[in-house]
Design a protein around this ligand. Structure first.
Ligand code: NAD
Length: 302
């Protein structure tokens, strides 16, 4: 059983997500050995009560569980190969919560197991607000036994923890969900802009579609036009929320998986191109629902 009394956690990657996740583990009574390359992240971790160490290998060497929250699969694999696995005690549980390629997640699991450790992929949704509040959703891939060992820690950092299947399948759940989200936001945005051209007000379209077969999260919770859903980023000049650059990253992972598995996923592939173009032109910092402004702009004068 994983408890604060018997478990020391090495936490590598204390950025926007990892920082507050580590802070919640400290609050729950766990000893957290934190490491990040950015001095500002280490400073914040110290304030949050973590014990800052001088390298990721040092964190791994003294830990029972190592959690990584890093930008990409390359970061994870490079760290695993670069000494993290070799430094850890045999049987250490590695939890990677970064959003990475399914293939990289499988490779990371194989590397950890080959080095005599245990491993799960446990990507999250819920964003920075969910990380701070401890209400993330975790999608977990790995064996039943490793899932059970990881679960008490994931319960501290999240409100919903789902065991999705074997190694890499947590990442599969994450990218499949976000592919639906990216496509549905484009669909809802195209419908709003078409409605505007046809003399249909945004509110009237919302009132109809939110109670009809067009209903979806992108419309009723995260409405991309200001007005109908006062809490959506559209009412705050599209401040994220979930930034366009992050949506594009996840669609890129989905596109890789579609291609690698021979899936005829025309909309998923196209959504990646649409968000890539919007990211290049906007800088990627706006909420992804701002795609509606791009569609409207491209439809001007037509
Ligand atoms: P971030 O860039 O804020 O944090 C990543 C941290 O990793 C940085 O502080 C960086 O210095 C550190 N880092 C990089 N290489 C390192 C190394 N070798 N050793 C130690 N530290 C290293 O990113 P984030 O927003 O916290 O996202 C982390 C992961 O979570 C990403 O995979 C992202 O896709 C995923 N994610 C983010 C969100 C979100 O809303 N931000 C939501 C869900 C999932």
């Amino acid at each position: 059983m994983t408890t604060p009394e018997n478990t020391t956690i090495g936490f590598v990657g204390l950025g926007h997500m990892g920082g507050p996740m580590a802070a919640n583990l400290v609050k729950a009574g766990y000893k957290v050995l934190g490491f990040d390359l950015a001095p500002a992240a280490l400073e914040q971790a110290t304030k949050d009560g973590a014990t800052v160490v001088t390298s990721s290998d040092e964190a791994a060497a003294a830990a029972d569980v190592v959690i990584t929250m890093l930008p990409s699969g390359k970061h994870v694999i490079d760290l695993y190969n670069g000494g993290l696995l070799a430094s850890a005690k045999p049987g250490t549980l590695f939890i990677d919560s970064s959003t990475i390629d399914v293939a990289d997640a499988k490779t990371a699991n194989e590397l950890a197991v080959a080095a005599g450790h245990r491993a799960v992929d446990a990507p999250v949704s819920g964003g920075v607000a969910g990380a701070a509040a401890g209400t993330l959703a975790f999608m977990v891939g790995g064996s039943e036994a490793d899932f059970e060992s990881a679960k008490p820690l994931l319960d501290v950092m999240g409100a919903k923890v789902v065991h999705c299947g074997g190694a890499g399948v947590g990442q599969a759940a994450k990218i499949c969900n976000n592919m639906v989200l990216g496509i549905s936001m484009i669909a809802i945005s195209e419908a709003f802009v078409l409605g505007e051209k046809l003399g249909l007000t945004n509110q009237a379209f919302f009132d109809v579609a939110s109670n009809a077969s067009g209903q979806c999260w992108s419309l009723t919770t995260y409405c991309p036009v200001p007005g109908p859903v006062p809490t959506s980023p559209a009412n705050k000049d599209y401040q994220p929320g979930f930034a366009t650059a992050l949506m594009h990253k996840d669609l890129g992972l989905a596109a890789n998986a579609l291609r690698a598995n021979g899936v005829d996923g025309l909309l998923g592939l196209h959504a990646e191109e649409i968000y890539n173009r919007f990211k290049q032109e906007s800088g990627g910092g706006l909420d992804f629902s701002a795609i509606v402004t791009d569609i409207r702009k491209r439809s001007e004068g037509a």
